[in-house]
Design a protein around this ligand. Structure first.
Ligand code: NAD
Length: 354
């Protein structure tokens, strides 16, 4: 059980240290090796995803990542930017399934911009296809064309999905639903787009393999509306790359607390890259005030999805719930009447709860 640890930049090393302490405390026999990704890798080697890190990531069963980027690297050429390292590792590892839970712990219901009765206790999972769709389809481009007798620039992209691409992501979503409340909603735009008619057909066919999971379908415009109207109607949502891009950001913001949200990106063999949804927060880096819970919850996702250690994953998630119930809050989620702590103290509280 090998884990490649990539703390990255900004608050990355601070939040990663707490997640590593949690993993060590569980004492499950993990082999952990640290590597460089992002700006720190550019500084050390000139490359945001250096060969040594590629080797480490390749050999590991899972990668746990902090965050990359920062203003000091913003003026570099595009290929040298820290974010290139992130795209590089996702592509290199063939991570086609992006899993983003949006959970709002009852204690944090006031962090959301929505009414607390709409979102308190929210627990949904968005499964987004990550390597296909209109973002990658050919042909694409901007060309000058003759239209109605005059020359005009035309921009075009191609929405493209093969049956096998759809089936593998839908299976990931059914498997995830099996470990939750057994409800899967597939989101498409089949009334207008043939590609997504195929998406719906393949989802229906795949449902035969999962008779214990209830499958429903929703058009994407309605799904966007339902997510703010009544988000608790959903358990797992599965959708393509573009719709998932938009809906997963919408869903994560229902919770209002970016420092709390983990994510997983998986390949066909359950190898995964696990990371918090937030960035490297350069504005608070080095101050010991960042919220480490999204990274700790990403480690819990790693236990669940790569290592199939469901009970250990739940222990970590339960420990996070416990510290919130005990009133511990980092600055980003602090409210009057709760106990304001720094990164390390929050880690200590999670370890104590474990
Ligand atoms: P950000 O997520 O880093 O920060 C947005 C705001 O949220 C900031 O005010 C920050 O202090 C706060 N915040 C974020 N994480 C927090 C945490 N764990 N605890 C407490 N507060 C937290 O987004 P940004 O400011 O737009 O980007 C900063 C850098 O991060 C940029 O270089 C960007 O490219 C990079 N970035 C990286 C990733 C990634 O590594 N996956 C994702 C997004 C942005």
């Amino acid at each position: 059980m090998k884990i490649c640890i990539l703390p990255g930049d900004g608050i990355g090393p601070e939040i990663m240290a707490e997640a590593v302490r949690v993993l060590r405390m569980l004492d499950l026999g993990f082999e952990m090796e640290e590597g460089l990704l992002g700006g720190c890798a550019v500084d050390a080697t000139g490359d945001p995803y250096p060969l040594a890190t590629q080797q480490l990531a390749q050999d590991a069963d899972a990668v746990l990542l902090g965050a990359v980027g920062g203003p000091q690297w913003d003026r570099l050429a595009r290929e040298q930017r820290p974010e290139r390292g992130l795209l590089g590792i996702r592509k290199h590892l063939g991570l086609f399934a992006n899993l983003r839970p949006a959970i709002l712990y009852p204690e944090l219901a006031n962090a959301s911009t929505l009414k607390s009765e709409v979102v308190a206790g929210l627990d949904i999972l968005i499964v987004r296809e990550l390597t296909g769709d209109i973002y990658f389809g050919q042909p694409r481009g901007i060309e000058v064309r003759e239209l109605a007798g005059r020359q005009e620039r035309v921009g075009f992209n191609t929405m493209h999905y093969s049956e096998s691409e759809i089936r593998r992501i839908v299976r990931v979503a059914f498997e995830a639903a099996r470990q939750r409340r057994r409800k899967l909603c597939s989101v498409d735009k089949m009334n207008v787009l043939e590609t997504t008619q195929l998406w719906r057909d393949v989802a229906e066919e795949t449902a035969n393999e999962y008779p214990d999971v209830e499958l429903s379908h929703m058009l994407v415009d309605n799904a966007a509306m339902q997510l703010v109207r009544n988000p608790k109607q959903f358990d797992v949502i599965v959708t393509g790359n573009m719709f998932g891009d938009i809906l997963s950001d919408e869903a994560s913001m229902l919770t209002g607390s970016i420092g709390m949200l983990p994510s997983a990106s998986l390949d066909a063999n359950r190898k995964g890259l696990y990371e918090p949804c937030h960035g490297s927060a350069p504005d608070i880096a080095g101050q010991g005030v960042a919220n480490p819970l999204a990274t700790i919850l990403s480690a819990a996702m790693m236990l669940r999805y790569t290592f199939a250690l469901e009970s250990s994953a739940q222990r970590v998630e339960q420990a996070v719930k416990t510290v919130l119930a005990q009133g511990y809050r980092t600055a980003d989620i602090h409210e009057p009447g709760t106990r304001k702590v720094g990164t390390r103290e929050m880690g200590d509280a999670v370890l104590a709860a474990l």
